[in-house]
Ligand binder design. Structure first.
Ligand SMILES: [Zn+2]
Ligand SMILES: [Zn+2]
Length: 249
């Protein structure tokens, strides 16, 4: 599998950066994990179309990019951008998306652009050559980490996730763990709904992940400190997600 980071910003975009969006490709099949602000524009640099989009949770920085994407799929002039990708929403996502469409006066746009379904987190999901699994993780709203497997190789995307055992269990033995490191300093006990770089490292280490790629951090943070803190938690070198970069899994 090939993982390409389209956007790694947290809830606000880096200068010239996009919010969460991760492209997973195997052969000609393309899966987009999350689609935040600016992700569609970055996707256009890489390829014309995707087969499926899967959302981890319904925070704006993980799905607002669907609106321009849907316009491109329905009214862009280039025929190659047409097609109707699957859009797989987490439980409760459909209702939220419908409300948003009403609010934005774009009723029906997303249904026209995508084949919309909801995934059942308890059930494994097969999309083309990729096998997906889900695990609920601690965050402000219902959120699912997503594992993508192909021929024994395993990518685990932690989504937005706070401190807890859920991610450690789910990321067990991951070949590549793609974990958020939003915080410059850990959240206090009782409201730990994001991770610092050190905490992300500790979770990946406890899971026995082979590689750790930190993401969902602002360009306002010091990248050397992120690397140092991440490595201290992980017990080895970590990588920092970079928009446009591709990683083999
Ligand atoms: Zn986020
Ligand atoms: Zn979130």
């Amino acid at each position: 599998m090939r993982l390409t980071v389209l956007g790694k910003s947290p809830a606000w975009q880096d200068a010239r950066g996009a919010c969460s969006g991760y492209l997973v490709e195997e052969d000609d099949f393309a899966l987009l994990l999350d689609c935040g602000h600016g992700v569609h524009s970055e996707l256009r640099r890489v390829r014309e179309r995707v087969d499926a989009v899967v959302l981890s949770h319904m925070h704006a920085d993980h799905f607002f990019g669907l609106v321009p994407f849907a316009y491109a799929l329905t009214i862009a002039t280039r025929a190659t951008r047409r097609g109707r990708p699957k859009l797989l929403l987490p439980p409760g996502g459909r209702e939220l998306l419908s409300s948003l469409e009403q609010l934005l006066a774009i009723g029906g746009l997303l249904e026209e652009a995508f084949t919309i379904e909801s995934y059942e987190p308890e059930s494994p999901l097969v999309l083309g050559p990729l096998a997906l699994a889900f695990a609920v993780v601690p965050h402000f709203v219902p959120t699912w980490a997503i594992a993508v497997e192909h021929q024994g190789r395993r990518l685990v995307y932690g989504a937005d996730c706070g401190v807890g055992d859920e991610l450690v269990a789910f990321a067990s033995g991951a070949d590549l763990a793609l974990l958020e490191s939003t915080l410059a300093a850990p959240h206090p006990e009782g409201s730990r709904f994001h991770l610092s770089a050190r905490e992300a490292g500790e979770h990946a280490r406890a899971a026995g992940a082979a590689r750790l790629l930190l993401t969902h951090f602002s360009d306002e943070l010091d990248s050397l400190a992120l690397r140092r803190e991440g490595a201290a938690g992980f017990g080895g070198a970590v990588e920092l997600a970079r928009a446009g970069a591709t990683y083999g899994v």
